[in-house]
Design a protein. Structure first.
Lengths: 161, 802
């Protein structure tokens, strides 16, 4: 069936099987391979993307469920003036090693900071608790999210002055 | 110098040392943009997709396979069975452990999830659909599930295809002096014994294993993109298995989403994809799903150990003896040095001065997947470390001593290095007491013990409140295999090579035989060259993972990249530096003896203004400058590094847990880790490696297990069943360090990739058991296990609870 999805601001129309998973629409049909697939069961979160502004595990969302909706993926984080602060902070805090969980982590972290500009460590850990990282032991991911929050608060204060 | 925009390249915009020190990673820019290139991201024109039909039974004879239904599927292009492979002599592949393993089952299936057929279709979903159209008739057989029953006279025979085989015995192997150890035990004031299980676990990298195999019709070469930690070793194996000579095979490992040993072995799905590419003439992709990864690829551990420790009444250890039953699954398919059937388990005396030690390991076949050496295990040192660290605590428990005191009394002293242990390893360097004291101080050990006593008293008075436990682990690792005389994999000596070329403009390319799976080689190896040549790490391009572009070597596992390839890179750079000296001498018309090296340039001794920078020398070396007859032009160097010994990193860990006695729930409150891996090339990267390993320890100690029911059904075949630690189970790690350089490594560095995975499980288990006052219970210490252990009935965690 034909679906139209807005992905990172761009409208895309495709004829897909009703059973096609959103993760496969993104990766195989639209060739946005930054969204990774890791488990099939919504446990690992490597496939996390935004559906109408809310993180979802795209391995358990059908592509047809995204018909008429907006998707944002890791490829949509970088803006015309450079990387998003959360991307910068992950680099600055060694918040990634193999890079496979990173896109999903970034999408969840960005969502958290948009709602909670000054999260506690507990809030950060809970926010990413639906996502698995096998490399970092989470320490530097938590640090990176805290770092991004501080940088954005600083920037906001400078902007307010 | 071009200006770096920190919003576009934050790593390059940050301070960059010309050598060792904290530095942001060069590889991160592509990953945070989602522009890493993993195997499943590859899409070649006309590419087909493979899917594997797997056995639902743990043990069953295959009566018939009917592929007609699948072949009739309009999008299916081929269906491959064991019979097809058999005609090409490819149905069985030799393992790296003197055995063979089925590629696609022909006679019977030997574990649940074993490969039976391979479907090739035009898309991913159709390939999967067609699996359901293959009709296999099975005759179920009784499985061997419990390793402890595998050698029973009436045990079903797993490997009855081998003529004359009458049992499930794989090997017996021993190390140490049995007679001396027996004598030490006979004379001992005290002996403690304990049965310990290190359960079957799985490395479960977040990216599963996969391949894209293609035959290039123009060059007639096989091009394989694959998740491999050892591209060159894989090329040799493919050549052996397919008959295609090595020069017509190119293996490319692109970005790898974690390996942890899972991506060392060559799996049936890979070979099927290669075979499918040859018969269809199209590129074939196969990416396993998570269940396939957990059920069929290299597991880890599965050691059933009986430990005995002899000591004086005041806790001085005089002997250590261990008998191991090793569950190797249906095929002996461990990827480890071929002369070591139990890996490096015989380093089980750990960090202690134990005069007499002996181990005997018996391997058995069961109806489970093959593998055994994976999950950052340093070739079974994880099992060895767990054994000795647990036995020391059991000894302390039995003698009523403080586990820290028992360790203090027995740790090797710095003046004993180099130290030859009872089983023959020669430890290169260490200061174990210093690491322990630092860890205890960071943890505030005395205060913790006081709090523990207070909480226990409170609990005993009121029946309420969490119990506190403190667990120690003072481990020794041995990483960086070879030497190649003793250590080979599949006949390939464990040496690694590095090639360094300096371009005419003074920037450089380093080509390596090892392959990162997240360790950050593009950064740390550039730092090694920067350190040796006095240039920026950003002036060094690191090439790895492509057999067409890199020198031969054994790859990255067993924490061997820095000890072996790192030494090769440093040595190659030093050779370049020496050649640069001769070129500089010709440039400056001076004797090389009058030159001295100073941060990126050769200059005249006593006249530092007269000299030439590496860039100037490189330009001259490529130019028309007349060089001495025996000096080649250009500026390059290479090294094949055959390590003289392993490196022996070590550490002291303190884990603090709280246990809810009502539910058995464990919360890890703190984890203090003092590691010593010699000289740290990039301390930030080293800390990251440690963080990851500590999380592994929490996972294995508390959550992860591949258990089986009596029918051999795999009970951990998804992430809903095989539990991995999340950010909620992990505390914020508290790291400390000591630095004891390796005396034989050119940089003084030791491997660090697996230290924390090796050292941490024992600390967590020791902490939990310390909290509940139980002598021993096996991992994983789930709430059910802790609750049962507190009631004196610890569970057998590798079997289904009945």
């Amino acid at each position: 069936m034909e679906i139209t999805v807005t992905v990172n601001g761009r409208t895309r129309t495709r004829d897909v099987e009703p059973r096609l998973l959103l993760v496969h629409l993104l990766r195989d049909e639209l060739r946005l391979t930054g969204t990774h697939w890791g488990c099939d069961t919504s446990n690992c979160g490597a496939c996390a993307v935004w559906l109408d502004g809310v993180p979802v595990k795209s391995c358990t969302v059908l592509a047809v469920m995204a018909d008429g909706h907006e998707i944002r993926t890791v490829e949509g984080l970088e803006g015309p003036h450079g990387l998003d602060q959360i991307q910068i902070s992950f680099v600055q805090c060694h918040g990634l090693q193999c890079g496979f969980c990173t896109p999903g982590m970034l999408m969840t972290a960005r969502w958290l900071l948009d709602r909670v500009p000054d999260p506690t460590d507990e809030q950060i850990r809970e926010a990413i608790s639906g996502q698995t990282c096998r490399c970092t032991g989470y320490e530097n991911i938590v640090r990176a999210i805290r770092h991004a929050a501080a940088a954005e608060r600083d920037a906001a204060e400078r902007g307010a002055r | 110098m071009t200006l770096v925009d920190p919003r576009r390249d934050p790593a390059a915009a940050a301070p960059v040392p010309n050598g060792f020190g904290p530095m942001l990673r060069k590889e991160d820019g592509r990953f945070v943009r989602g522009r890493g290139r993993f195997v499943d991201d590859i899409d070649l024109p006309g590419m087909l997709h493979g899917a594997v039909l797997r056995s639902p039974y743990a043990h069953a004879r295959i009566v018939s396979i009917d592929t007609g239904g699948a072949l009739a599927h309009p999008k299916v292009r081929a269906v491959i069975t064991g019979a097809d492979l058999e005609r090409r002599g490819m149905a069985w592949l030799p393992t790296l452990s003197h055995d063979v393993a089925a590629v696609l089952a022909t006679d019977k299936v030997r574990y649940q999830g074993q490969e039976i057929a391979f479907v090739v279709a035009e898309d991913r979903y159709s390939a999967r659909d067609a699996l359901a159209l293959i009709d296999v008739e099975y005759e179920p057989l009784a499985p061997v599930v419990d390793a402890r029953r595998a050698l029973d006279p009436d045990a079903p025979l797993v490997r009855d295809e081998v003529p004359g085989r009458a049992d499930n015995h794989v090997f017996d192997w021993e190390a140490g002096d049995a007679a001396a150890t027996d004598a030490a035990f006979a004379a001992a004031e005290h002996v403690s014994t304990c049965d310990l299980l290190y359960p079957r676990v799985h490395p479960a990298p977040l990216e599963t294993c996969g391949i894209v195999a293609a035959l290039d019709p123009v060059t007639d070469r096989l091009v394989v993109h694959c998740t491999t930690q050892a591209p060159h070793a894989h090329r040799t194996l493919y050549a052996t298995l397919t008959g295609i000579p090595e020069h017509r095979i190119r293996i490319v490992a692109p970005d790898i989403g974690g390996g942890f040993g899972n991506k060392v072995a060559l799996y049936p799905g890979y070979l099927c994809a290669v075979y499918a590419a040859t018969i269809t003439g199209a590129p074939v992709k196969w990416t396993e799903d998570r269940s396939e990864n957990l059920m069929s690829t290299s597991f880890a551990r599965d050691y059933h150990m009986h430990g005995e420790i002899a000591a004086t009444k005041d806790g001085r250890i005089t002997g250590l003896r261990v008998r191991v039953l090793a569950d190797h699954g249906a095929f002996n398919g461990t990827s480890q040095p071929s002369k070591f059937p139990a890996g490096f388990f015989h380093i089980f005396t750990g960090s202690y001065a134990i005069q007499a030690a002996h181990c005997r390991v018996t391997g058995v076949y069961t109806n489970k997947a093959p593998g055994g050496v994976a999950y950052a295990c340093s070739f079974r040192i994880t099992e060895a470390s767990y054994l000795v660290e647990r036995m020391v605590d059991v000894l302390a428990f039995d003698l009523g001593l403080d586990p820290a005191q028992v360790r203090r009394k027995n740790l090797l002293r710095p003046e004993q290095f180099p130290y030859r242990c009872a089983t023959g390893w020669v430890y290169d360097s260490g200061d174990y007491p210093r690491a322990l004291e630092q860890a205890l101080e960071m943890a505030e050990y005395a205060e913790l013990r006081a709090e523990q006593a207070q909480r226990r008293a409170e609990y005993e008075r009121t029946g309420e409140g969490a119990l506190l436990g403190i667990g120690l682990s003072t481990f020794t690792e041995a990483v960086g295999a070879g030497p190649k005389k003793q250590m080979d994999i599949g006949g390939l000596g464990m040496a690694d090579a590095a090639e360094l070329s300096v371009h005419p403009d003074g920037t450089a390319e380093l080509r390596l035989s090892c392959m990162s799976q997240g360790q950050g080689h593009e950064t740390t190896f550039a730092q090694i060259i920067a350190h040796e040549l006095g240039i920026s790490p950003y002036a060094v391009n690191v090439v790895q993972g492509d057999t067409d572009r890199t020198p031969f070597g054994l790859g990255t596992y067993g924490s061997r990249s820095t000890p072996v390839s790192g030494a090769a890179a440093a040595t190659a750079a030093r050779r370049v530096r020496e050649r640069a000296k001769l070129v500089a001498a010709a440039m400056l018309e001076i004797s090389p003896a009058d030159l001295e090296w100073e941060a990126g340039r050769w200059q005249v001794r006593g006249d530092p203004a007269a000299g030439a920078s590496l860039a100037e020398i490189a330009r001259a070396a490529h130019g028309s400058l007349e060089l001495p007859d025996d000096l080649e032009g250009q500026l390059s160097g290479r090294c094949v590094y055959n390590p003289p010994n392993l490196t022996f990193p070590f550490g002291a860990y303190v884990c603090v847990v709280e246990v809810d006695p009502g539910t058995g729930q464990v919360r890890v409150r703190r984890f203090v880790a003092v590691d010593d891996c010699g000289v740290r090339i990039n301390p930030t990267v080293v800390e990251g490696q440690i963080h990851g390993g500590l999380a592994d320890g929490i996972g294995m100690a508390l959550m992860e297990v591949l258990a089986f029911d009596t029918d051999g059904n795999h009970l951990g075949a998804s992430f809903m069943d095989y539990l991995l630690p999340t950010a909620l189970e992990c505390p914020s790690w508290e790291l400390g360090q000591t630095v004891t350089p390796s005396p034989h490594h050119p940089l003084g560095a030791k491997g660090i990739g697996e230290s924390a995975t090796v050292g941490s499980p024992a600390a967590v288990v020791n902490a939990v058991l310390d909290a509940i006052g139980v002598r021993h219970a096996d991992m994983p210490l789930t709430p059910a296990q802790v609750w049962s252990a507190m009631r004196g009935r610890p569970l057998r965690t590798d079997l289904a609870v009945r």
